[in-house]
Design a protein around this ligand. Sequence first.
Ligand SMILES: Cc1ncc(COP(=O)(O)O)c(C=O)c1O
Length: 350
Amino acid sequence: MNQKFIDLRSDTVTKPSKAMRQAIAEAEVGDDVFEDDPTVKKLEEMVAELLGKEKALFVPSGTMANEVAIKSLTKPGDEVILEEDSHIYNYEVGAPSVLCGVQLNPLKGKRGVLTAQQILDHIRPEDIHVPPTTLICLENTHNRAGGTIYPLEEIKKIRGATKPFGIKIHLDGARLWNATIATGIPLDEYARHFDSVSVCLSKGLGAPIGSVISGTSDFIQITRRNRKMFGGGMRQVGIIAAAGIYAIENNFNRLIEDHRNAKALALGLSKIPKVSVDLESVQTNIVVTDIKESGMGVAETLEKLREKGVLAVPFGKTKIRCVTHLDVNRDDIYMALEVFQQVFANPSAD
Ligand SMILES: Cc1ncc(COP(=O)(O)O)c(C=O)c1O
């Protein structure tokens, strides 16, 4: 892209900074399938410690992190309970069924949050006719709900209520970093209530590639094998892990700026007539705007925004999603707001 856009499509669009590229260039490497890449090991140890888990494993993507976890924690024919707007249910190309052979039972949450009672109500009974419920997947923060934070108290209740059934819980924590920065609740305080936790390095933290899945040593041993089966065994991948280490060390605490920028954007958008934002759902770095009342279509709006230098993505039939990240600053947010105002002030003008 040559034109300078204010790119609010996702927090995955960030480009590695000069300093990150320097860390990549200087990384010590080895063959990680032989488990002798020192930089990968360092990253895995770092994330395991942050999450309070015995072990962690570097994988190429958030999708692979979720899918190897599901594969490791279930058997074909099992049932997995998750939220109906979750990333795993909507955007992982059916991998739980295709790659893991499990059936999904999606439940409707409120702003992405399922309650313990709701989950309890859907655990399958002991009956030869039904698939056994063996896994629950939660998402924190919740992407489709607009970056909402899972309340820790509800997580604890879910753990307490499902433990007697021997049900495991996986956390899709692609943006758990954001939840921690927004609430002050440490990563390990969230993670201790889960059997496995995935985190992404390539979203708000700004690394070019990579996610990490964590859990017990036994879980990671099985998951290493599943990663290989899914084609995720990588070689001199310390060059990428180095970017992940750099991202955690330098870009974790600054997520607060993205949250402030998202609030400023949400507030500005909510003041535009016929544009609405659920301000309560703007808890981290995602802003979902409903343009239904404006009478303009999503595709048309996105095109007009693009023409004026702002990029966002469609989010259902009447909504647009904007995400703040380390490559947009407050001035960009004010400029983007001006563009939104122009587009909605005069919908038919060029
Ligand atoms: C909540 C959540 N989980 C998982 C993923 C998948 O990550 P990746 O694109 O690295 O596969 C995403 C990507 O946006 C996400 O938002």
